[in-house]
Design a protein around this ligand. Sequence first.
Ligand code: 6PG
Length: 236
Amino acid sequence: MVERCIGNVDVLAARLREEITRLGRAPSTGRGLSLAVSGGSVATTFFPRWAAEATFDWGSTDVFWADERAVPPTDPESNYALARSLWLDSARAPADRVHRMRADDPDLAAAARDYDAELRRVVGERPVLDLVLLGMGPDGHVASLFPGHALLGEAGLNVAAVLDSPKPPPRRLTLTLPVLTAARTVVIGAFGASKAGIVRLAIEEADSRLPAALVARGAGRTVWLLDAEAAGQLTA
Ligand code: 6PG
């Protein structure tokens, strides 16, 4: 099932809050809610609101990342650093529930294997995250899965090293399509007129091979969160 919510930031944040609240009532594991989050505009849009959200029980939420750049955890380019500064520090998220992707490890393949093991330990041998929050890049990429990349065919690994990302930096870790589409709910956020064309392609082209479209169609439940500008070229 693919749904869309179109509105201003308040409307989109409220919809995301509803999704989190609903999933949190009956999480996929007995540990509590599990999320995977991204960097970019979904992070800067929603994390400050999550930090101020008293109704969420972040203390019993496992936080994973959909992707991470090969930079130290203190680097301003780090998706982890962004989440820490905008959300997790003020939410006082417990350290053992925050599962950083160690994409700064020189042995990226080993870091991917370790993260895969961590995912399986927390959300099951065939990992089922409650919610994955993705942004969509201007080329239709989500997480660090880029259009036409061989990793889109990855069927065995839950986490993979990327050595040739067209978006800098080239080295990254990413969740793969099987684990993203296994999530109970996938939320894809896109904001601004610069995303309008790619939003239309990802949503309206029935056989689109854009990574965002593959995730949206492959997941059991996808919710697009779009502002009016990003939704501006949708025809239906
Ligand atoms: C990253 C992000 C990435 C991001 C998209 C969309 O590390 O680069 O996790 O996957 O979500 O590029 O970013 P914008 O929403 O900022 O365009």
